[in-house]
Design a protein around this ligand. Structure first.
Ligand SMILES: [Zn+2]
Length: 137
């Protein structure tokens, strides 16, 4: 079966729902945000502003990122991932996404609204330009 040997990532259903809602709110622009949790299980998210205000790329606000990492210390949570939406394309990392994937330990979640009635969500690891899909549990 294809996908049988995929690495896995656990994401709570409420986090998935919130990411999808965020993507729908920002469409037709891309949304972006950060994922947190413990022991590889994603339980929290932080919606971020897309400084690029673009339909095809995202850029987080440096000051918000700085405050996020500052606030994370002592919260008991770890930064585990980054999510963004593709309002009108497949949920697969773009060339830009791959070249700007600076966190090899992060899960990159992409939400696609290509089919508006059935948003799709996929997760990837991106390490030194190599993309590997992760199964979402
Ligand atoms: Zn993208």
């Amino acid at each position: 079966m294809p996908g049988e040997d995929l690495m896995r990532v656990q994401i709570e259903a409420a986090v998935i729902d919130s990411m999808v809602e965020h993507a729908q709110l920002e469409a037709p622009l891309e949304c972006c945000g950060l994922l947190m949790g413990q022991a590889g299980r994603i339980t929290h998210l932080r919606r971020m502003r897309n400084l690029a205000q673009s339909r095809v790329r995202y850029e987080m606000v440096p000051g918000e990122l700085f405050r996020f990492f500052k606030g994370l210390r002592g919260s008991g949570l770890q930064h585990l991932g980054i999510y963004h939406s593709h309002p009108s394309s497949e949920p697969y990392p773009s060339a830009t996404d791959i070249s700007q994937a600076f966190y090899p330990d992060c899960v990159y979640v992409i939400l696609s609204l290509l089919a508006p009635d059935s948003p799709s969500v996929r997760a990837f690891s991106i390490v030194e330009g190599v993309v590997a899909e992760l199964a979402i549990q």
